[in-house]
Design a binder for this molecule. Sequence first.
Ligand code: DGY
Length: 317
Amino acid sequence: MSEMRAETTILVPGKIPAYAADRIGERFRLVGIDKADPALLTEEMKRSVVGIASATIVNAAFIDALPNLRIIANFGVGYDGVDAAHAGTRNVMVTNTPDVLTEEVADTAIGLLINTVRELPKAESWLRAGRWRGEGPYPLTRGTLRGRSVGIFGLGRIGRAIARRIEAFGLPVSYHNRRQVQGVDYEYHPTLLSLAEAVDTLISVAPGGAATEKIVNAEIFTALGANGVFVNVGRGSAVDEAALAEALEKETILAAGLDVFADEPNVPEALLARENACLLPHVGSASVHTRQAMADLMVDNLIAWFTKGEALTPVAE
Ligand code: DGY
């Protein structure tokens, strides 16, 4: 093991959890830089780095600046920040952290849905502001889960975990996905628009990247209708945020619950201004338990790759 450590340099650009860095340091030589910028690489790093462990953007130029790179281990299931197609052309393995965060993110989606529809965060702020005693009961909410029909955009592992939870509420589930999913009974819609026309509640688990860029747009919000609720635990880049803010302002939809944004950690002022939006700082998988499991899987991918030449969870490109 000490030999592997001496020979194998893993670069961490930007931040990863301390637990993950400690585990990498136990098995490898770890070096760090502030972000994945070729200008920050020393000549020694360019020569020695064979692996990247990262939760940040790793683009083609950065990959090309590391001639001996063999693996990029992404901290997270979503790897839209990594140019995996380019990595493929350089025979660089890319791994992510599926499965271990599925239930956590699905729980977050359901929490966000209920909080959004029933205005629970708003009601809590109202109580803390001392308004209960002065004003009597909190105003009744227009929103309710009862009678809703739920569409899921992206029926992968997390989408299916959300669907199971929605079924437990007794609400019908339908979905849109790149491809129809075998072995599920939910109604399939070949387009996002036909899904949005059929439901009043849309939960997006869609990944980021060029194929989904701003795909949840004004037309989709109009299709959801005045009782419409939009929840996003996938990627913010899939949403036209200006169109969403306008739909919320004009109340052409009822409310939105968002855990993800296009330019994190920047949240558009137009969304911050909307009281009918429930906004979270990308906490879908952010429990100690789940983040530790993600870190373990990321590091175990590095170990498997450098000891056996096989990754545990390679991404499919
Ligand atoms: C992921 O893993 O892609 C999640 O967004 C992290 O919370």
